[in-house]
Design a protein around this ligand. Structure first.
Ligand code: LFR
Length: 481
């Protein structure tokens, strides 16, 4: 057929949405059926996700989408990576999924790396070392009663899909973020699983984007596996022409990198902590996690600010602040956990002999400048380490709305920035479904060409002569390099 209406469920750390996409070879139009807040729930000492509430909201969104579009042909689900639920032999959930920012993994990365060897681990999985990778979360929980009873580990999108359909499966793009997949074969590394002392029974059969993944029992709606990792969907929807582009998938995190046909597993790549995550169509998402707008979101929480108008106010104020004043290394792990973010930024400024920002606008400027600097660093390293020339930087996701960040990223990188689409993740999710349904055809470049028709994109030219100041800023923040 020439057209399909599909639902894209996209769960982020701060909010979830159910979008409806009308896809045809002429383009995609997107509308929101349901949106809800998401966030951690602290029970005693542990940060959790409220998995049953997520399920309830997803179902409410699907009902709303169905009511408006009885011709809905399929649904695809994506979310943030690495987090999971454990199921017992009856398929029951063993405890609430734990949030990746929880402290239970403190020190675990170092212990596992000491045991397995950083080089071997990188050569096997191709993954950057992040303290919350599923490998480390599972290791931290290996002696718990839940683990003893566990028969299956399902990542968040697969868990929701299981509850909707009764069918358990594991989608490969998200599985690649666990640090338990073999980067070459894209199958579970049984060797690594054994050496890490994890039960092999937890890791079930893998499915690929485009595979069918059951039927939502309540409404008979087919589920199609997409890139269930949100970043995999977002990269599908980078509206680039050709291959000489870098992307910043910019939301709670900034995922900064390039798309490659093969992984890069060099010593330099490992030292720079670049990751080779599995993309749609066998591509490699060669990128690094930059701490992202989390730093601003968490500062806003400390200031008692939360809505879109508050962000606009802060950014307007920040734009009037002097450029490249105080700068911090946003990727310092000190900024990872929840808590008083302005206090941590102030401490970092003071420790490096810089003036401490004095107002929310001042802090916001420091955050946005520091983020643009981190984008520069990651774009340049991605290009150098992979040998891929980059002519433009695409910013997709919510951060594409942040005009200050987009302009500063262009200035810092010395490259044109193309901003948008804001809803890249939902668009990538929908396009993979539409292709599986036979409505659109071809590879990622064809899907991207289709996307360029009709998306509102905004271009930013780098300010001339800005590079030297950003080069100097880089030396200030990373003096040893
Ligand atoms: C972005 C993202 C990143 C992943 C982080 C934690 O939403 O999925 O790709 O590193 O969340 O899961």
């Amino acid at each position: 057929s020439r057209r399909a209406v599909v639902a894209a469920v996209d769960l982020g750390a701060a909010s979830g949405r159910v979008m409806v996409a009308d896809v045809s070879p002429d383009g995609v139009s997107l509308a929101q059926a349901h949106r809800f807040d998401n966030g951690p729930v602290r029970l005693l000492d542990t940060l959790h996700w409220d998995a049953l509430r997520l399920y309830t909201e997803v179902l409410a969104g699907l009902r709303a989408a169905m009511a408006r579009h009885p011709d809905l042909a399929s649904v695809g689900i994506d979310s943030w990576a690495v987090d999971y639920g454990l199921l017992d032999r009856d398929g029951a959930l063993l405890g609430n999924p734990v949030h990746y920012r929880d402290a239970r993994t403190d020190g675990v990365l170092d212990a596992v790396v000491a045991k397995l060897g950083a080089e071997w681990l990188y050569g096997t999985t191709g993954l950057q070392l992040l303290p919350f990778n599923t490998l480390f979360q599972l290791t931290s929980a290996v002696d718990t009663p839940a683990m003893a009873a566990a028969e299956r580990m399902l990542l968040i999108p697969d868990l929701l899909s299981y509850w909707l359909t009764g069918v358990a499966g594991t989608e490969v793009t998200n599985a690649s973020t666990t640090q338990l997949l073999d980067v070459r074969t894209r199958e579970w590394s049984s060797d690594l699983i054994a050496r890490a002392g994890l039960p092999a029974r937890l890791f079930g059969e893998l499915r690929r984007p485009g595979d069918s993944a059951g039927v939502v029992r309540e409404m008979g709606l087919p589920v199609t596996a997409v890139g269930s990792h949100d970043t995999a969907c977002a990269v599908v929807a980078v509206p680039a022409e050709g291959e000489r582009f870098a992307y910043v998938s910019c939301g709670t995190w900034s995922l900064v990198g390039v798309e490659l046909p093969e992984p890069v597993l060099s010593a330099a790549s490992r030292a720079a902590n670049f990751t080779n995550e599995a993309g749609v169509d066998g591509t490699v998402r060669y990128l690094r996690n930059v701490m992202g707008l989390w730093v601003l979101q968490e500062s806003m929480r400390a200031w008692g600010l939360s809505d879109a108008a508050d962000v606009t106010g802060l950014l307007t104020g920040a734009a009037r602040e002097p450029a490249l004043g105080a700068l911090v290394d946003v990727d310092d792990p000190v900024f990872l956990p929840p808590g008083d973010m302005p206090a941590r930024i102030a401490a970092a400024c003071a420790a490096s002999g810089q003036p401490v920002p004095r107002s929310p606008a001042g802090f916001t400027r420091c955050i946005v400048d520091s983020l643009a600097l981190a984008h520069r660093r990651a774009v340049r390293q991605a290009s150098q380490l992979s040998g891929r020339d980059v002519d433009a930087v695409h910013i997709v996701g919510g951060g594409a709305r942040n005009t200050l960040l987009c302009q500063l990223t262009a200035d810092a990188c010395g490259l044109p920035v193309v901003a948008g689409p804001v809803e890249a993740t939902a668009l990538g999710n929908a396009l993979v479904q539409a292709r599986a349904l036979g409505v659109v055809h071809g590879g990622l470049s064809d899907l991207r060409a289709l996307l360029r028709r009709g998306q509102q994109l905004r271009s930013y030219r780098p300010a001339s002569g800005a590079e030297a100041a950003w080069q100097a800023a880089e030396t200030r923040v990373h003096p040893s390099r």
